[in-house]
Ligand binder design. Structure first.
Ligand code: BV8
Length: 241
């Protein structure tokens, strides 16, 4: 399928589900997850090992320094045209649900309201004792931070081996089942169960438009639009008006 064919599918669509990953934040200057090591200090750590409850248990200071580094990066960046187009599409389609794997909060800052955050949010923390979540949109002076109750706070992030927020996948799969099209942008589709939205849509014959700078395991079955999402999504949008 080409750009024009993808635009035709979107033009005829009433219900749209969008799944995004770290690639849509790349043009805002944030590293993608697999290269979220940043430079210098973090180059010797593997994000796949730091984003686990075991790492936090073993060395909460180290894990907190990594998340604080990523929080600070997220504060310094702004949404890019890819985030902005997705936000405007909430008013373009009869029904649109954004399902994101990203934790940087950039979709919300771009104006997206109907968002399922599958993996949590860097701007939220959770009390280890009570489980209460707090939004913390300014940098921490020191980490690990502590709750007023005296217990340590953890990032309100879904780590590998942890369950996704209750109902998040059910809501995402339910919307995909009803969708006329699933658009996937900026994700390697390597993390589950998030990536399962794609085979779920394909099995039901729902068209899947994929926006990425490199192919994924599913690209032979999707409508693959090659290019950075910050350029491809505005181009698609211009074909819809
Ligand atoms: C769970 C928070 C069960 C942390 C993250 C099958 C079913 C279920 C689970 C599994 C399964 N198989 C394996 C598992 C276990 C595991 C898993 O998926 N492992 C993988 C590595 C195989 N899954 C889990 O552990 C999940 N939990 O299943 O729990 C359970 C049930 C009940 C009770 C207990 C347990 C939890 C997974 C969540 C992990 N947390 N994030 C943090 O961020 O610090 S996932 C992490 O990876 C990020 O959220 C990231 O978003 C996500 C996915 O990566 P991508 O977003 O795709 O980013 P990536 O870097 O990989 O790729 C970037 C892409 O962008 C590339 O394709 C690139 O080409 C593209 N790109 C670059 N530039 C651009 C671009 N595209 C467009 N434009 C550009 N400019």
């Amino acid at each position: 399928m080409s750009f024009d064919e993808a635009a035709k599918v979107l033009k005829e669509a009433k219900k749209v589900v969008i799944l995004t990953g770290a690639g849509v934040s790349k043009e805002s200057g944030l590293d993608t997850f697999r290269d979220a090591k940043g430079d210098g200090l973090w180059s010797q750590y593997n994000p796949m090992e730091l984003a686990t409850p075991q790492a936090f248990q073993r060395d909460p200071d180290l894990v907190w320094r990594w998340y604080n580094f990523r929080r600070d990066k997220a504060f310094e960046t702004s949404p890019n045209p890819g985030h902005e187009v997705i936000a405007t599409w909430e008013n373009k389609f009869e029904k649109l649900l954004l399902v994101t794997q990203n934790v940087d909060g950039l979709h919300q800052r771009a104006g997206s309201k109907k968002v399922v955050c599958l993996h949590g949010n860097l701007l939220q923390v959770r009390c280890l004792k009570s489980g209460k979540t707090l939004t913390k949109e300014e940098p921490f002076e020191s980490v690990p931070p502590y709750c007023q109750c005296g217990s340590m706070l953890r990032p309100d992030i879904v780590w590998f081996g942890e369950a996704l927020p209750e109902g998040a996948m059910e809501k995402s799969l339910g919307a995909t089942l009803e969708a006329d099209v699933l658009l996937v942008a900026g994700t390697s589709l390597q993390v589950y169960p998030a990536a399962s939205l794609v085979p779920y849509a394909l099995q039901r014959g729902i068209p899947v438009i994929e926006v990425n700078v490199e192919q994924s395991d599913f690209s032979s079955k999707t409508c693959f639009l090659s290019g950075p999402s910050g350029e491809v999504l505005p181009k698609l949008d211009s074909l819809l008006s």
